[in-house]
Ligand binder design. Structure first.
Ligand code: SF4
Ligand code: SF4
Length: 164
């Protein structure tokens, strides 16, 4: 979630960490991507003369979302330790390690305690990440969003801490 100000940048943690949250075959799982986000990424790739089919479509009733395919365990958009779609990366990647989840029909925010930056996030970062997490969640019905959490996100049920 790189931002321009120091309080919103995780760079000093992400560089030594080696983008472990982009190694989507491990417990971390895949980001969720809406049709609109997919189109935005495809437009970006087309402008940059790249043609990468990285998506797997998941249908839930009459709704759908996409997850990202892996390449030897890495997200297929990971090049070295860099995201090749940084400018248009999914909301779910932007808010990490924060996530919005449903609990007893209420929305709560959690953080992945496995992220090396999770203990050091500034209040500004957390507030911004919560807004993005909510925006991501609101792209889908609760059933579809929960389908993704249950099937494609490992950490949400294992290494999370609730945020205030
Ligand atoms: S796991 Fe945390 S520290 Fe590591 S790359 Fe991801 S956001 Fe950065
Ligand atoms: S889209 Fe980019 S930020 Fe998101 S998991 Fe893939 S490489 Fe990482």
């Amino acid at each position: 979630m790189e931002k321009s100000t120091d309080s919103l940048s995780l760079k000093k943690y992400c560089v030594p960490c080696g983008s472990s949250c982009c190694k989507i075959s491990q417990t971390i799982g895949s980001p969720i991507i809406s049709e609109e986000e997919k189109e935005k990424i495809e437009d970006y790739l087309k402008k940059n003369n790249k043609n990468i089919n990285c998506y797997k479509r998941i249908d839930v009733d009459d709704e759908h979302y996409y997850i990202l395919k892996e390449n030897n365990g890495d997200c297929c958009f990971l090049q070295g330790n860099n995201c090749m779609i940084q400018e248009v990366k999914p909301l779910d990647c932007q808010d990490y390690p924060v996530k919005a989840v449903y609990e007893d029909n209420k929305i709560v925010f959690i953080i992945d305690t496995e992220c090396p930056a999770s203990d050091s996030l500034t209040p500004e970062f957390i507030e911004e990440a919560k807004k993005i997490a909510l925006k991501c969640m609101n792209q889908f019905s609760s059933k579809t969003y929960n389908h993704w959490l249950k099937n494609f996100v490992g950490w949400v049920y294992k290494t999370n801490k609730k945020l205030d």
